[in-house]
Design a protein around this ligand. Structure first.
Ligand SMILES: [Zn+2]
Length: 264
């Protein structure tokens, strides 16, 4: 499995990644990382650090995960949701044109992915100060601009992405900021979190946005309930049950349901 961007290590771009096996232990680690105190970027880093077994050919560490470019982090969060069994999300909406309700399905594995452009993770923007060298923003950069209003955040993020200390102190016009944004977009890997669909009644086209960080909201309640049902039947320990691959846990739950049906 390959990242659309990748990490640089020993002068080489490394795109390989792997998640830990999809057991209850992994689900619990993800739920705990998601529930930890801290900002959204910090929680994404905690979840990915817990979930990855391999990042660019080495075990993941907090700094590397926090320093991944935003596109790679969104990509990994979507792939993690699929790895933990989420295939699709349904959204129920009311058509703004005709007022009819309809359901719309987004498939996690079909989310389009744009690989990084030439020069990744660096870019150059033509600004009023000449060409300025840039690097793509990371989770750490996102975290650094939290709490600023949108215009301030755009400018602060652009400055952080400038490679040169002196360049960071230059005044940046709106046109400069646009040039920086465009240059970064051209090399940034991306996941297509927007999808369009037509209303089945009137044909009006609607755009939907998929939250790439959706699995942060899952919680562990279902997992506790499943451990409880299996423990109550088989008297295995919590550790033993969480160590089961997700698919095997599901089979035991199916058998428990079946047995209950036969009794009832
Ligand atoms: Zn409609």
């Amino acid at each position: 499995m390959e990242l659309p961007g990748g990490v640089w290590r020993d002068g080489q771009r490394r795109r390989r990644y792997a998640f830990r096996p999809p057991t209850g232990e992994l689900e619990m680690a993800v739920a705990e990382g998601a529930a930890a105190a801290g900002s959204l970027p910090a929680r994404v880093t905690a979840v990915l650090t817990a979930a990855l077994a391999d990042l660019g050919g080495a075990p993941p560490d907090h700094a590397t995960v926090h320093g991944l470019c935003v596109g790679d982090r969104q990509f990994l969060m979507l792939r993690l949701a699929a790895w933990l069994g989420l295939e699709r999300v349904w959204q129920s909406v009311v058509c703004a044109s005709c007022g009819e309700p309809f359901d719309f399905c987004l498939e996690y594995r079909r989310v389009p992915v744009k690989a990084a452009g030439a020069g990744y993770p660096h870019a150059q923007a033509k600004t009023s100060h000449g060409r300025l060298a840039l690097r793509l923003p990371s989770g750490a950069d996102q975290e650094a601009v939290l709490g600023l209003d949108e215009a301030e955040a755009v400018e602060a993020l652009a400055r952080r992405c400038l490679m040169d200390d002196e360049a960071r102190r230059l005044p940046l016009s709106v046109a400069d900021l646009q040039a920086i944004e465009q240059a970064l977009e051209a090399v940034a890997p991306e996941v297509g979190t927007r999808a369009q669909t037509a209303c089945p009644q009137c044909g009006a086209v609607h755009t939907f946005t998929l939250d790439p960080y959706g699995c942060l909201g899952w919680g562990a309640e279902h997992l506790f309930a499943e451990v409880h049902r299996i423990a109550a039947t088989y008297h295995w320990s919590e550790g033993e049950i969480l160590a089961l691959p997700r698919a095997r846990r599901r089979r035991y739950l199916g058998l428990i349901d079946q047995a209950r049906g036969m009794v009832g």
